[in-house]
Design a protein around this ligand. Structure first.
Ligand code: PFF
Length: 448
């Protein structure tokens, strides 16, 4: 089976693909927004600790499951099971992840479509097409469906081509573009008046808030969403890694890239907000908190770009292209989860499975678009606040309690023969067994 499956052709290919999945709207929009609403640098600090101490071990659990099983999440976990009840449990966890990925894509595609429409606006403006540029930034069913369709088309286009020619090739193209654009935008924005106030707000921690329960929950949720956990995605990406690679190191590198890009996005967004304030734009809500959520991305930042005159058209265009690229490298991973499941478990041909599943998810997006007021938040909440943490926790339970410890060691030793004497092996197995499930559960119960 392994030879007919795809595999990342290089270490860099995997790193960029997994980082591409991890780095998305969650980093560039979610992280700065959460930082702004949760006490600035206090949130950054807690996020960093949770990302490395809880999300990274859980991320490793998912990667190891996939590389051991060399298959989709359900098949991989069933290979680890010895009893019938374990195989049933494997099905529930694996399939739950696949459904979760599909649900996330159904609302993520709509928001990504908005990013694309806001990138079209300055371009249309530049070409003198005023009515087009007004239309693309006005809420409406036709606009929402059109841009969600274009975004889904791009996602399907890449996934139809498979692991090497699709996911890997496009991640290698898009990720450097994303990092380059992000750096250029930061360099530009921090030269503007007002940016230093933003940097101060971003980097000075309000230590009194570090132990606030809401802050802890938001930081953990953000870390899990950002590493795409609990969706079967990292299991399937893990299954495409060669047995020659050192998983422990690869996982750490991807986590580091994800956290770094989220941090860099904060260096762009928060100073940009304060620059906007300097130009007379309202950036604080009535309760005194920094404006976050959709109005930050679709109202405050566009007014900032508008206030910059002609150059604002280019900056605005670059910013929304950056958002669209980040969304695309994540959405391809969300589609790969269900597609690999359909191909491997139901013998569907890859191209057909991709188009079919892509269209089904798009149909769900259309249903959400017609009920935007309540369904967008509802689907996002079900998938990201309940689905992801529960499934990620169950993956840890699987690795910690069901998998044979010896098989675990044999798997991790591949590509990393010295692992047995490393700190990782001393800590990670019991950490995944006790600490991760307990911590996730605690945070989860607390959030209820
Ligand atoms: N990690 C992505 C982000 O931060 O935007 C979101 C995501 C990707 C969630 C893939 C789930 C997933 F399966």
């Amino acid at each position: 089976m392994a030879s007919s499956r795809g595999e990342f052709s290089s270490r860099l290919g995997f790193i960029l693909a997994a980082a591409g999945s991890a780095v998305g709207l969650g980093n560039i929009w979610g992280f700065p927004t959460q930082t702004a609403t949760n006490g600035g640098a206090a949130f950054v600090l807690v996020y960093l600790i949770l990302a490395f101490c809880l999300a990274y071990p859980a991320f490793m659990a998912e990667l190891v499951i996939g590389r051991y099983g060399q298959a989709n999440a359900v098949t991989s976990m069933q290979k680890m099971s010895r009893h019938m009840w374990q195989k049933r449990f494997a099905f529930i966890v694996g399939f739950g992840g696949v459904i979760c990925a599909g649900l996330i894509l159904s609302f993520y595609g709509i928001i990504a479509g908005w990013m694309m429409s806001y990138a079209v606006e300055p371009a249309a403006n530049l070409l003198g097409m005023q009515s087009v540029s007004d239309w693309v930034i006005t809420q409406g069913h036709v606009r929402n469906i059109l841009f969600a369709a274009v975004f889904m088309f791009l996602t399907i286009f890449i996934i139809r081509k498979g692991v090497e020619q699709g996911i890997e090739k496009w991640s290698k193209r898009l990720m450097p573009a994303l990092i380059g654009l992000l750096i250029l935008l930061i360099l530009y924005v921090i030269t503007l008046d007002g940016a230093t106030d933003g940097l101060r707000a971003y980097l000075q921690p309000d230590m009194s808030r570090v132990f606030e329960p809401d802050l802890l929950i938001s930081a953990l949720g953000q870390a899990f969403f950002s590493l795409s956990l609990g969706t079967s995605v990292m299991v399937i990406y893990g299954s495409y890694i060669s047995k020659k690679e050192n998983l422990v190191k690869l996982g750490a590198q991807v986590t580091l890239i994800d956290v770094t890009i989220a941090f860099m996005a904060g260096l762009l967004i928060i100073p940009a907000m304060y620059v906007a304030q300097h130009q007379g734009v309202q950036i604080f809500a009535a309760d005194g908190s920094l404006i976050s959520g959709p109005s930050m991305v679709f109202a405050v930042l566009p007014s900032l770009f508008e206030g910059m005159g002609a150059i604002g058209l280019f900056v605005g265009f670059a910013f929304f292209v950056l958002m669209s690229i980040a969304a695309l490298t994540s959405s391809i991973s969300m589609l790969e989860g269900p597609v690999s499941y359909a191909v491997e478990r139901h013998n569907l041909e890859r191209k057909k499975a991709t188009t079919l599943i892509g269209l089904i998810i798009f149909a769900m997006s259309v249903v959400i678009i017609f009920n935007l007021d309540f369904m967008l938040d509802l689907v996002a909440m079900i998938a990201t606040e309940y689905g992801q943490p529960i499934i990620a926790m169950l993956c840890c339970v699987f690795v910690g309690w069901i998998w044979n410890r010896n098989d675990m060691l044999v798997e991790i030793k591949q590509g990393n023969p010295e692992v047995e004497s490393s700190l990782f092996w001393k800590v990670w197995p019991w950490y995944t067994k006790f600490v991760c499930p307990a911590a996730i559960l605690m945070v989860f119960i607390h959030s209820l």
